[in-house]
Design a protein around this ligand. Structure first.
Ligand code: HEM
Length: 139
């Protein structure tokens, strides 16, 4: 009986460990297709927002969605390689403010909610993006 209990406990523990190893933030975001869908929607909402639309009007939205997807995929433990500019070079001269930054984050949150991403997962991604504020915002 004791041996059976120990065996069951061992199986339970190893399942728990395997599960903890397998579930990355990338997985919790639904993988690359869902991340791409979230980025396309974030840009769509941003282009409708008078506070930030002007900053994006001259950019290629397909390219930007692809780069945002690769960057998020890599950052969250997915199998992608981001090949775009670093965040300082990408945003230099755009004159972005904290208000612009917060507006984009608002749209990202809405896009994630529409894709049924849990609040816990949303917050984990936002906390990875938060340190980029210092390279994105100029004033
Ligand atoms: C954590 C926040 C942000 C992240 C992770 C991010 C990420 C990126 C990435 C990956 C690129 C592409 C770099 C390349 O061209 O190689 C980019 C470019 C750009 N981002 Fe951001 N960004 C952020 C905040 C913002 C904000 C707040 C705005 C404006 C409201 C903005 C507007 C732009 C624009 C206009 C470009 C240039 C696109 C082009 O070259 O045509 N970004 N960003």
């Amino acid at each position: 009986m004791k041996k059976l209990k120990i065996t069951l406990l061992t199986i339970l523990c190893s399942c728990f460990v395997m599960n903890a190893q397998a579930q990355t933030l990338y997985d919790n975001l639904g993988g690359k297709d869902t991340i791409h869908q979230i980025m396309v929607r974030t840009l769509e909402l941003s282009l409708k927002d008078k506070r930030i639309a002007h900053t994006l009007e001259r950019s290629d939205m397909n390219r930007l969605a692809r780069l945002l997807t690769d960057q998020t995929c890599e950052l969250t433990g997915g199998p992608c390689k981001y090949d775009g500019l670093d965040m300082k070079k990408a945003h230099v001269g755009l004159g972005l403010t904290t208000a612009h930054f917060n507006a984009l984050v608002e749209h990202l949150q809405q896009a994630m909610s529409e894709a049924n991403i849990s609040n816990r997962t949303q917050n984990k991604l936002l906390s990875l993006l938060a340190p980029m504020h210092r390279d994105v915002v100029e004033k």
